[in-house]
Ligand binder design. Structure first.
Ligand code: FAD
Length: 286
């Protein structure tokens, strides 16, 4: 079984996100992480895509490699900003040929520095989902933003677009967040709009305070002051890392208690934090 929609129907999924390595050193780190994470027998892994196609070949190569060389089903991220419909069709054709069955359909972001990107046949992720549905029967996931997307005027507007997008897709995976209430509110508000498809929470263990603060600011995620204070009071980077893993473990336990259909770990191409959380939660390792 390699379609994520089937896996979700059969039970909870535990999955990992990787990004394509930029150089040989990064490749070595990623290979090590994959080897160390394989015994955790993830339900699936996902590979990010550089908006505008900056990692087009590297994403495809890693996804196809996971499909051919491991038993773990891969999901390819695909952003549509800066792509034509013909390009998307080519990219999807290569995945179908390689037997890849899952795609995460995303808008992507325009470059913050104003760099020109190629013309685009799409504006929103829903445009991409619509096109993908017409050319492939791959399982399609979409992104969800528990605290609302930073470009949305308000949460209610964001939720309406989110519900319409998720209705066309098979499931959603969320942006990372640090308090269970954000996830529960997202799921309840989507249900109020008639959308009850699975929403898998994304988990980002804090291993480096300033790095996560930067990422949270960019994605519109609140970095709670209690977590900041707890981590800032640590004496060494290793203490920060351990406290970050503890906080992520507590969040995972609360999400499982709240009936989340799975957990998706942002691994940052490292294995330690995810392995520690698995051990703390008592999840099986082969
Ligand atoms: P959309 O669903 O298009 O939403 C973007 C904004 O448009 C929102 O404010 C939404 O409310 C609004 N909107 C949607 N539809 C409409 C409409 N019809 N009319 C008016 N407004 C509308 N980025 C990458 O570059 N590569 C990746 O691999 C990647 N992976 C990600 C994985 C996850 C799980 C998540 C949560 C994000 C990921 N991102 C990635 C980031 C993502 O591309 C950005 O958050 C982007 O700004 C929004 O993408 P989206 O697919 O949610 O967009």
């Amino acid at each position: 079984m390699t379609r994520i929609s089937d896996l979700l129907q059969a039970g909870r999924t535990f999955s990992f996100e990787f990004f394509p390595p930029k150089n040989d050193e990064a490749q070595v780190a990623l290979t090590r992480a994959i080897v160390e994470l394989e015994p955790l027998a993830p339900s699936f892994v996902s590979v990010t895509y550089g908006a505008g196609g900056s990692t087009r070949e590297r994403t495809r190569d890693l996804v196809v490699q996971m499909r051919r060389e491991t038993k773990i089903p891969p999901m390819a991220h695909l952003t549509c900003v800066g792509h034509t419909r013909a390009e998307i069709q080519d990219i999807i054709g290569a995945y179908v040929e390689a037997g890849v069955e899952n795609v995460l359909a995303l808008a992507g972001d325009l470059p913050a520095d104003g760099t020109d990107i190629p013309p685009s046949d799409y504006v929103y992720a829903t445009d991409l989902v619509e096109h993908l549905r017409s050319i492939t029967d791959m399982c399609i996931g979409v992104a969800a933003h528990p605290e609302g997307h930073p470009r949305s005027p308000d949460r209610a507007t964001d939720r309406r677009h989110m519900a319409a997008k998720l209705q066309m897709a098979d499931f959603a995976t969320t942006q990372f967040f640090f308090e269970v209430e954000h996830y529960v509110r997202l799921v309840n508000e989507l249900a109020d709009l008639g959308c009850t498809k699975p929403v898998i929470p994304g988990i980002m263990p804090v291993t480096n305070l300033s790095q996560v603060q930067r990422m949270a600011a960019m994605s519109g995620t609140e970095f709670p002051s209690w977590l900041h204070d707890e981590l800032a009071s640590m004496k060494t980077p290793e203490d920060v890392r351990r406290a970050g893993v503890d906080a992520a473990t507590r969040l995972c336990a609360e999400l499982l208690e709240a009936n989340a259909p799975g957990l998706h770990f942002y691994t940052m191409n490292r294995s330690t934090a995810t392995r520690e959380i698995y051990a703390e939660l008592g999840l099986p390792v082969t």
